[in-house]
Design a protein around this ligand. Structure first.
Ligand code: SF4
Ligand code: F3S
Length: 105
């Protein structure tokens, strides 16, 4: 499966949702996640993200943190299938590394 990682936080460009053939993106206030059970591993969303926030789960942290987070929140957040404007400061946030932690609210 593919997963969304912290690079999406406060960027939310949402280009990804337009290309997913199975509509498996879910939207939280600060980021999107993929439902790992619905993702068919096609890979088309990965190059669409300007923030490089989508990766195969083979590139997850050692403890599988992002796969767990995607799984947990895909079950709680609403589905998103239509692109929307990103936050005004998305381009600034796209420069920030390791956004889970001090900046995550
Ligand atoms: Fe959707 Fe394919 Fe991306 Fe999985 S890899 S989230 S199925 S576009
Ligand atoms: Fe996030 Fe990239 Fe999609 S920033 S909303 S994963 S296009």
């Amino acid at each position: 499966t593919y997963i969304v990682i912290d690079a999406c936080i406060k960027c939310k460009y949402t280009d990804c949702v337009e290309v997913c053939p199975v509509d498996c993106f879910y939207e939280g206030e600060n980021m999107l996640v993929i439902d790992p059970e619905e993702c068919i591993d096609c890979g088309v969303c990965e190059p669409e993200c300007p923030a490089e926030a989508i990766v195969p789960d083979t590139e997850d942290d050692k403890d599988g943190k992002w796969l767990k987070l995607n799984t947990e929140y895909a079950a709680k957040w609403p589905n998103i299938t239509v692109r929307k404007d990103p936050p005004e400061d998305a381009d600034e946030w796209s420069q920030v590394k390791d956004k889970l932690g001090p900046h995550f609210s």
